[in-house]
Design a protein around this ligand. Sequence first.
Ligand SMILES: N[C@@H](CCC(=O)N[C@@H](CS)C(=O)NCC(=O)O)C(=O)O
Length: 199
Amino acid sequence: MKCYITSNSPYARKVQVAAHETGLGDEVEWQVLTREERAEVVPDMNPLGKVPVAVLDAGNVLMDSPVICAYVDSLNNGPKLIPEEGSERWAVLTLEALGDGLGEAVIAVALEGRKPEDQRSQAVIDRQAGKMAAGLAALDKQAGDFNDPPLMGEIAVACALGYMEFRDVAPDWGKTYPALSGWYAEILKRQSFILSQPS
Ligand SMILES: N[C@@H](CCC(=O)N[C@@H](CS)C(=O)NCC(=O)O)C(=O)O
């Protein structure tokens, strides 16, 4: 399997972490693209032009990080990152969706904030920052119950937080959300996160 990623996408990082956590990191051929290469290469595989996108050995394309991560987990013979059944499965997928949604809000705040002042919409920033804060508050309450070792939900949350720190959109967030921040400091020590740091 070939997986197209960029070096700082939180969604691409999810796939990297999932592959490393399941021992499959070396089985994937990682294609790290620049933004320009992404614009050139990715639309032929994913019409939305987004990474991550994966091409399987048989040639079929998988897109969207939840799909690619679920595929990686399907190849995994060890403990699953996504439980195969029961309420745990839906809890993990729901936490993954919350992590992904937090990432979307963070990206929206960062992109809007980078626009020249006369083109920037404070209403957009406030709306997305509100979602970000609500997501962080909900996660801070749940952090004490997070799975250890992490499953797919925790991986998505940590990748979103990693991007939030990388773009510095919520300086000092750890003071407001101490449980989440303490948990995040620990998960960053895992090899899978060290190997996939945004750059
Ligand atoms: N829902 C998608 C989101 C992927 C996504 O937003 N990727 C961004 C990078 S973080 C991207 O490639 N954006 C390029 C663009 O929108 O043109 C997933 O989970 O994979």
